[in-house]
Design a protein around this ligand. Structure first.
Ligand SMILES: NCc1[nH]cc(CCC(=O)O)c1CC(=O)O
Length: 292
């Protein structure tokens, strides 16, 4: 028996809350007799805003406090952006559900009163993955780091500090800010981060995971597994630019990975195709091929 009232943990940013409410709505539709209580928590990643994430160091900066709340029993489940989840997940806190993926693409956002394409343009992004790929597309631009949640970043953009930002389409759409998107990068132009656009639900291991089968999407689970196993196999905890994107057609999965070795600065991109059911193995094999 599941409890009648479920406490759902979320980061307190507007985007995180909007995402968590989306999941709550889906669960409510399937369990009209249960009540759901939203519990928001501030995470380390939300508190430290003057440094880029790789300088703060450590993993799971946006999830640690929610992990602890789960372990302490203060919440029953947590909703995260898959992208924010560390590659290694404790067996005590399994991912119980991965809803169908949203938009995986990166986008350009312009100031409310701005023209892009003038000389001296400054593009804001703190993601080594985005900056490296965008340098090839905008060789004239200067790149500057930017931190803070979506609304903070947009305020800095509109305040004139940047001529454009690169952000995730999914976050903007879920925050109700789709109209701010000026240009979508194709996934070929800018390979997304592993898990970008995907949400997930984490629970304690004693929670009956079949409870979530109504919101779970097996295809998204498989592409997520392929992308994350690629990153896991390459990333020794460093901040090297890394990207991975998988799609399923029929029973096949196609995974493209990008990795930049910071010791020599060379980026490599490769693809692999195989049975979707072997998603994790495809990710590991692609990592091996890229390392060679
Ligand atoms: N890096 C922070 C982050 N983590 C998740 C999202 C939202 C997009 C998603 O769910 O993948 C964002 C914002 C962004 O990258 O612009």
């Amino acid at each position: 028996m599941e409890p009648k009232r479920l406490r759902i943990g979320s980061r307190e940013s507007l985007l995180a809350v909007a995402q968590t409410k989306l999941v709550i709505e889906q669960l409510k539709a399937n369990y009209p007799d249960l009540s759901f209580e939203l519990v928001t928590l501030k995470t380390t990643g939300d508190k430290i805003l003057d440094k880029t994430l790789d300088k703060i160091g450590g993993k799971g900066l946006f999830v640690k406090e929610l992990d602890q709340a789960l372990l302490d029993g203060r919440i029953d489940m947590a909703v995260h952006s898959m992208k924010d989840l560390p590659m290694e997940i404790s067996d005590d806190l399994p991912v119980a559900a991965v809803p169908k993926r949203g938009d995986p693409r990166d986008v350009i956002v312009l100031p409310l009163t701005g023209d892009f394409g003038e000389p001296g343009q400054v593009i804001g992004s703190s993601s080594a993955r985005r900056v490296l790929q965008a340098r090839g597309l905008f060789p004239e631009a200067e790149f500057q780091s930017i931190r803070g949640n979506i609304h903070t970043r947009l305020r800095k953009l509109d305040g004139g500090q940047y001529s454009a930002l690169i952000m995730a389409a999914a976050g903007l759409k879920r925050a109700g800010l789709e109209e701010r998107i000026s240009r979508y990068f194709s996934v070929e132009e800018m390979l997304p981060a592993a898990g970008q656009g995907t949400l997930c639900v984490q629970v304690r291991k004693d929670f009956d995971q079949s409870f979530f089968s109504c919101i779970h999407d097996r295809g998204t689970e498989l592409v997520t597994e392929a992308e994350r196993s690629f990153v896991r196999a390459l990333d020794g905890g460093c901040s090297s630019p890394i990207a991975a994107y998988a799609e399923i057609t029929g029973s096949d999965l196609n995974l493209t990975g990008f990795y930049c070795d910071e010791s020599d600065g060379t980026g490599r991109e490769k693809s692999i195709r195989g049975k979707a059911q072997s998603a994790g193995e495809l990710g590991r094999r692609l990592a091996e091929q890229i390392r060679e």
